[in-house]
Design a binder for this molecule. Structure first.
Ligand SMILES: C[S@@+](CC[C@H](N)C(=O)[O-])C[C@H]1O[C@@H](n2cnc3c(N)ncnc32)[C@H](O)[C@@H]1O
Length: 302
């Protein structure tokens, strides 16, 4: 049998040799998980049981081939809540916590303690579940089309005891939109990569479903479709809040303005990238044909 320390060093070395930048962190996560011990090197000479050693070696080998760590562990944290993940569902990203923060701030500023919220393209359910946990009186509905993702979404709602409604449906279809009305907030982190970005994905990201990533030729297909279609489900004065990719904020702001949304507020993520936008639905339901992105630039939040 091998000691924890010897096996740890060996596994970390394998990951380093394979070019994994986060070799130490990843090895630590694998050890913590496999040994059910938050501090696996506290007793470095402790022997690792044979079966556990075998499993650790298997996971290290898979990780060295760039398989996402989160899929190997089967669970990842989002906003402090555990989320089950695996192939077929997008891994929740820390950047997406910016969206949850912005929605919570909007609710606080507007005194909304029991808002009706729809989370479109819900994936693992991370946004919907975090919002329900933070706003227990809210009525939260998650909408998702992929059967594989829906399985994780249902499991995560159960795991976190989050009483949310789940709709299996295509957000691009009117029949799905018509299931929800009078919403205070519609939030979404839809697929937003461009065709060009899809061609140059990091190997690790290729393990995630393309249907969770690809947002059409220019990456903006879902923003156009969701704003056009789902504004009908929003109350007058209600908010739509999106996450998007680097440098997509001006285009998303323009689409908002085209559909008579006002008071666009942008927010940066922890890395300083403008990551989310919130906008208010005005009363009029006409489409504007001239817009400028000046106001949105002025309103960028830190
Ligand atoms: C970028 S992922 C976001 C997942 C999750 N909201 C998050 O932030 O981690 C986009 C999600 O949209 C789903 N999706 C793609 N097309 C859809 C559609 N037409 N209707 C509903 N969901 C869709 C994908 O299956 C995927 O789960």
């Amino acid at each position: 049998m091998v000691s924890r320390k010897a096996l740890f060093d060996e596994c970390m070395d394998i990951l380093e040799q394979s070019g994994i930048d986060t070799a130490r962190f990843d090895t630590m996560c694998i050890f913590q998980d496999m040994l059910s011990d938050q501090n696996p090197l506290f007793l470095p000479q402790e022997e690792v049981p044979e079966e556990t050693e075998k499993r650790i070696r298997e996971l290290t080998a898979l990780r060295s081939q760039n398989r996402p760590l989160q899929y190997l562990l089967g669970q990842w944290e989002f906003y402090g809540y555990p989320m089950k993940v695996g192939e077929g569902v997008l891994i929740p990203r820390p950047d997406t916590e910016t969206l949850v923060d912005q929605v919570l701030d909007i609710c606080r500023e507007n005194g909304l303690s029991s808002p009706k919220i729809a989370d479109l393209c819900s994936g693992s359910g991370c946004i919907a579940i975090a919002l329900k946990k933070q706003l227990p009186q809210a009525e939260v509905t998650a909408v998702e089309v992929s059967e594989a993702a829906l399985d994780y979404l249902r499991e995560n709602a159960r795991l976190n005891e989050a009483d949310i409604d789940i709709i299996a449906g295509d957000v691009l279809k009117k029949e799905t939109q018509q299931k929800l009305s009078g919403m205070d907030l519609i939030v979404s982190n839809p697929p937003y990569l461009t065709a060009e970005e899809m061609r140059s994905l990091q190997t690790e990201v290729t393990y995630e479903p393309a249907s969770a990533l690809f947002g059409g030729e220019d990456g903006l297909g879902f923003y156009r479709a969701i704003i056009e279609l789902w504004r009908r489900s929003l109350k007058k004065g209600g908010y739509m809040v999106f996450e998007f990719g680097d440098k997509q904020h001006e285009a998303v702001s323009s689409i908002f303005k085209r559909y008579s949304f006002d008071n666009i507020r942008l927010r940066k993520d922890g890395g300083g990238i403008i990551r989310t936008a919130a906008a208010v639905k005005t009363g009029d339901d006409f489409i504007r044909y001239s817009d400028s992105s000046e106001q949105s630039r002025k309103n960028t939040e830190e």
